[in-house]
Design a protein around this ligand. Structure first.
Ligand code: AMP
Length: 394
């Protein structure tokens, strides 16, 4: 036993694995993809050779092979001391991470209808690891848990109240692990205790969400019942008029088709007609591609509107924080977004913004900006590893 902590993030056809030492330093990570398909494959990060998986390998087979590889490479010696799992939806049951036992499993299953694409596959990962390491404590870390502090005025929709009471229709919020990490890291950078730090945290990756954090607690967030609401994302529309469903059904488009369109064919992909990759869109826009430029414009404008909206939930603001693949890497998106927010006194420093923010934390605001603007790399795996070792030791 070498006191390693494993972090598991299972998706519908993939699983990501990260291995941390007892000081929470990452030792290795791996990805298995195209699971349950003929061409299933895996990679250990940093190793050029892919790992062959049997045709149609499932989550358990892939995890077993990856763990054998970690063991052969002496990255893992014996069993880990704890295993942390990313679980997307914890409903109203989980306000924080939880040790996995029969109660936790039942509760995760109960809210699966709220995240049918995610919770069932998260449970597949849990099952697989329980089969491989039956004696090791396992911990679930929920994307929704951090947002359970939202006040009712922020989480209720203006729908008939039975929708909430009978069916749990409310705003839950997602990316909680990342927003929680932003609160911790921003407080550290600003030299303040977390419980007196207030920020607006923008997580901009393929999925995007923004959270108002007052004195360390989430008080408002842009994603809702599902991770479709709010900002423009890679392939997700974010906010649209709900009247769209009826309008399109009058044109012969079924609700399931509208749902698929809003999730898979919209956002940056839909607007540009090319790609959901912000890097490519910035290159195309530079070459004069108008739909690519429009996609960037809509993305930044919607984000700026949401930054403005989030100030209504705060009585105090210490910083606006950017994170996620786009937030950390795209100086252009940060600049275009902040340009809309002069009335709030936010001002970016073009030079600092260009030079900084690639996988390193930094401050990119102009000296005259009313509030600091920070770029902080997210690290959801680290949060999960810390929670797993804390609960396993408790
Ligand atoms: P994530 O889901 O956090 O991995 O973020 C994925 C998004 O980050 C994609 O839209 C990428 O195009 C974007 N991204 C990554 N690197 C860059 C970059 N250097 N410039 C602009 N966007 C980037």
């Amino acid at each position: 036993m070498d006191e390693s902590i494993l972090v598991v993030n299972s998706g519908s056809s993939s699983v990501k694995l990260a291995l941390f030492d007892k000081h929470h330093q990452k030792k290795a990570s791996a990805l298995a993809e195209r699971l349950n398909k003929q061409d299933a494959i895996a990679h250990i990060n940093g190793s050029p050779e892919p790992i062959e998986l049997p045709k149609g390998a499932n989550h358990q087979q892939a995890l077993q092979i990856l763990i054998e590889t970690f063991t052969q490479k002496e990255l893992l010696k014996g069993s880990p001391i704890a295993i942390g799992h990313r679980v997307v939806h914890g409903g109203e049951t989980f306000r924080e991470a939880a040790l996995i036992d029969s109660y936790t499993i039942t509760a995760i299953k109960k809210v699966s209808s709220l995240a049918p694409l995610h919770n069932p596959v998260n449970l597949v990962g849990i099952d697989a690891m329980q089969a491989l390491f039956p004696a090791v404590p396992q911990v679930a870390v929920f994307d929704t848990a951090y947002h359970q502090t939202l006040p009712e005025k922020a989480y209720r929709y203006a729908l008939p109240k039975h929708c909430y009471e009978d069916w749990g229709v409310r705003r839950y919020g997602f990316h909680g692990t990342s927003h929680y990490f932003m609160a911790q890291e921003a407080a550290r950078l600003l030299g303040k205790p977390v419980d007196s730090t207030s920020i607006i945290s923008a997580h901009l990756g393929n999925g995007c969400s923004i959270t108002a954090i007052q004195y360390g607690k989430s008080v408002d967030t842009s994603m809702g019942l599902t991770p479709l609401e709010g900002l423009v994302m890679g392939t997700r529309s974010g906010d649209v008029d709900p009247g769209l469903f009826d309008y399109l059904s009058g044109r012969g488009v079924r609700a399931s088709e509208v749902h698929a369109m809003l999730n898979n064919d919209s956002g940056l992909m839909g607007l540009s007609g090319h790609t959901n990759d912000m890097r490519t869109l910035c290159e195309l826009a530079e070459q004069g591609d108008k739909p690519a430029q429009l996609a960037i414009d809509v993305f930044c404008f919607r984000l700026a509107r949401y930054i403005g909206a989030m100030t209504a939930s705060l009585t105090h603001l210490d910083a606006v924080v950017f994170t996620g693949g786009i937030g950390e890497n795209s100086a252009q998106v940060r600049q275009e977004t902040i340009k809309h927010l002069g009335l709030l006194g936010l001002e970016i420093d073009p030079e600092r913004n260009q030079q900084h923010g690639r996988q390193t934390e930094s401050q990119v605001n102009h000296a005259d900006s009313r509030f600091p603007i920070l770029v902080i790399p997210t690290n959801e795996e680290l949060v999960i590893a810390r929670a797993a070792s804390r609960l396993a030791n408790a």
